[in-house]
Design a protein around this ligand. Structure first.
Ligand code: FES
Length: 121
């Protein structure tokens, strides 16, 4: 049996759809690659605010792309371009405040959703 892998702490995870059903030009691929530079210090492996990024061939939405989702909040963004993604990085991923006008769905809309433990104040 293999020993479990190790992983540094992180604060958020963003997934970008790189498929071509939600965006016929599949611009998500380009955005995914640009996101690495946009994250800057937020991508540092040892940062407590580290943001992990992931790409996926489909997020099950398949219209209104480019689509992305950020966890743990479960906030879904649509119609993304480089400018909008840069704003999401600064205001949501760095600042903790989702960008309301780009959101089309929230995990919190489901009263049965399970949310992570809130930090004690
Ligand atoms: S192809 Fe992007 S959500 Fe399905």
């Amino acid at each position: 049996m293999h020993k479990p892998p190790e992983m540094s702490v992180y604060a958020r995870h963003i997934f970008i759809c790189v498929g071509d059903s939600c965006d016929e030009k599949a611009r998500g691929k380009k955005l995914y690659h640009k996101l690495k530079d946009m994250l800057g210090d937020l991508a540092d492996y040892h940062s407590a605010l580290r943001v992990k990024r992931g790409k996926t061939p489909c997020l099950g939405v398949c219209s209104g792309g480019v689509i992305a989702v950020v966890y743990p909040e479960g906030v879904w963004y649509y119609d993304l371009n480089e400018e909008k993604l840069a704003r999401i990085v600064e205001e949501h991923l760095r600042g903790g405040k989702p960008v309301e006008e780009y959101i089309f769905h929230r995990l919190a809309d489901n009263p049965h959703a399970v949310f992570p433990r809130q930090p004690e104040s």
